[in-house]
Unconditional design. Structure first.
Length: 198
């Protein structure tokens, strides 16, 4: 009988140990997740986006007086609203790709206004391509073509928004350069798909 009791006690010890270890792992996982979420949210703030001078002196300077930053209703779209997808998986993919921006910062590729202008078309095309491939997903996070009132739009806007609703066009086809200066030379988003096809 003593052997059985000893066996039971040894099992109880391992069960308790397993329970404590499991709880510790769950708590560590929760802390890791919460810390990651806080860090991810921090990288979506305007303060983070403009913490390097390339963004502050170029992109932010262009954006700060646009309709997305200052308007009669006070509704404001910041960098992450337009440049970061809202779904978790897509956000993680975009953040991984954004590591290239950090790399360019440290290599000095766009660290002056002159260098930024020299690469503006390349940077714009990268954004245009992403927006064309995702049917301007980030725009549609705030703008719903079905909720638009055509009676309050001009004839050209009505026509283009009908093409948007039919899937023939996407937001970036017409609204490029709305928050940032357009690249010199009359380039348009339609070019990026043509270039990709060739």
């Amino acid at each position: 009988m003593r052997a059985f009791r000893d066996w039971l006690m040894s099992r109880k010890f391992w069960a308790i140990l397993f329970g404590i270890e499991s709880l510790a792992l769950i708590l560590m996982g929760a802390l890791f997740f919460a810390g990651g979420k806080v860090a991810l949210d921090q990288t979506n703030t305007l303060e983070f986006c403009t913490s390097c001078h390339e963004m502050k002196d170029n992109n932010y300077e262009e954006y700060k007086d646009t309709i997305h930053a200052k308007n009669r209703t006070g509704v404001k779209a910041i960098c992450s609203d337009c440049h970061v997808p809202h779904g978790f998986t897509e956000t993680m993919v975009r953040k991984f790709k954004a590591a290239n921006d950090v790399f360019q910062h440290f290599t000095g590729k766009i660290d002056t206004k002159e260098k930024f202008e020299e690469h503006r078309l390349e940077l714009a095309k990268r954004v245009w391509l992403r927006m064309k491939e995702t049917d301007s997903r980030e725009c549609r996070g705030c703008h719903d073509a079905k909720a638009m009132d055509p009676e309050k739009q001009g004839k050209t806007a009505q026509k283009q928004h009908r093409r948007l609703l039919s899937g023939e066009k996407t937001c970036i086809d017409c609204h490029f350069g709305i928050a940032h200066k357009e690249p010199a030379g009359g380039h348009e988003p339609a070019e990026v798909l043509e270039e990709k096809a060739n």
